[in-house]
Design a protein around this ligand. Structure first.
Ligand code: UT7
Length: 323
């Protein structure tokens, strides 16, 4: 059978690093509150000339370099973002042009913080069915541009950045011991729209709008939904949670990571945590964490890794990959 294999990863962050103390000088908050409630210590904020497309392109170039792949051989780009450069065309087409691989498939996926999982599942399906051979899956965001900087309950939580992964079609026998993406499980529940959304858009207000979130309620749903989808994913492949070498979660809040790991019986030292350095970068957070743990040598060839995320919609999902 054909399976999508992960050949390389890359990331990109804006130049400007903003610490909690710097934020507390502008917003009615404190380093102590942010660290205690979220684990966040700093975030990167995009400046002039830095957009979702420029960050995505840099992350893609780093992933191609890591994989040792020429951009020209990429025939599919799926880019997850809730903060595109323009309402249309898709930011993926800008990235395609910047990379010089024009002519293949390129489109954006909107699933907010679960965007990378949705993009990965889409690219995996297209590779399995033969529509594409080599794909770039990218999560890229400039959430700083949709934050209400007067709202301390949300503006301290997010940051900007991009992460990318190169996938390639390879033939394997097809059991759980083989390499490649083993399964991806995705879900959505539109009834929860009002707990996390942006209060603007082209077809409603003709404005970009600002992020609105009922944090405490999102937190409660996040732990339940993530634990459910993690269980569903490992069961679908017939492995046990103890077999998973690394969990690479969406980085919204250290307390969500701890509570989910505890519920699943996963040792905290097997969970990749980058929320302290990047804050919540929405669709970029999973590939940023994945790239961080691959580059620092924690995640190695042969490892079984479990990616998971939950965000606005609600949307949530998980993917099990053997490297
Ligand atoms: O990525 C998509 C998914 N998103 C998430 O998963 C986010 C999920 N939610 C969370 O991470 C947490 O709910 C938050 C970090 C957003 C908030 O933490 P919390 O422990 O749920 O705090 P809270 O909202 O219950 O607020 C506690 C207190 C409130 O004061 P009172 O009402 O107790 O007097 C807030 O006004 O903290 C206050 N507060 C702040 N204080 C200082 C809220 N934001 C701040 C702030 N600085 N930035």
């Amino acid at each position: 059978m054909t399976r999508a294999h992960l050949l390389g990863t890359g990331s990109a962050l804006p130049k400007r690093l903003v610490t909690n103390a710097e934020l507390a000088a502008e917003v009615d908050t404190s380093d102590e509150w942010i660290v205690e409630r979220t684990g966040i210590r700093q975030r990167y904020i995009a400046g002039e000339g830095e957009t979702t497309a420029t960050l995505a392109t840099q992350a893609a170039l780093n992933a191609l370099d890591d994989a040792g792949i020429d951009a020209k051989s990429i025939d599919l780009i799926v880019l997850a973002t809730a903060t595109p450069d323009n309402t249309f065309p898709a930011t993926a087409t800008k990235v395609q042009h910047a990379l010089g691989c024009n002519g293949g498939i390129a489109f954006d996926v909107a699933a907010v913080c679960s965007g990378f999982l949705y993009a990965l599942g889409t690219a995996d399906s297209m590779i399995r069915t033969g529509m594409a051979k080599r794909a770039l899956v990218i999560g890229a965001e400039t959430f700083s541009r949709i934050l209400d900087w007067e709202d301390r309950t949300t503006c301290v939580l997010f940051g900007d950045g991009a992460g990318a992964a190169v996938l390639e079609a390879r033939e394997v026998a097809g059991d759980a011991a083989d390499t490649g993406i083993l399964t991806t499980k995705l879900h959505a529940d539109g009834a929860q729209h009002d707990l996390l959304y942006v209060d603007g858009g082209p077809s409603t207000t003709q404005t970009v709008g600002h992020l609105r979130m009922k944090g405490r309620e999102v937190f409660r749903h996040a732990v339940t939904n993530l634990a459910d989808v993690l269980k569903e994913t490992v069961e679908a492949v017939g492995v046990k949670t103890e077999d998973v070498d690394w969990v690479v979660p969406h980085q919204a809040n250290k307390r969500i990571l701890d509570a989910t790991a505890k519920k699943m019986g996963i040792a905290p030292e097997r969970v990749v945590v980058t929320v302290d350095k990047h804050a919540n970068t929405s669709a970029a957070s999973v590939p940023l964490a994945l790239d961080t743990a691959r580059k620092d040598g924690r995640i190695k060839a042969g490892d079984l890794i479990l990616l998971e995320a939950m965000g606005g919609g609600f949307t949530w999902g998980a993917s099990l990959i053997r490297l």
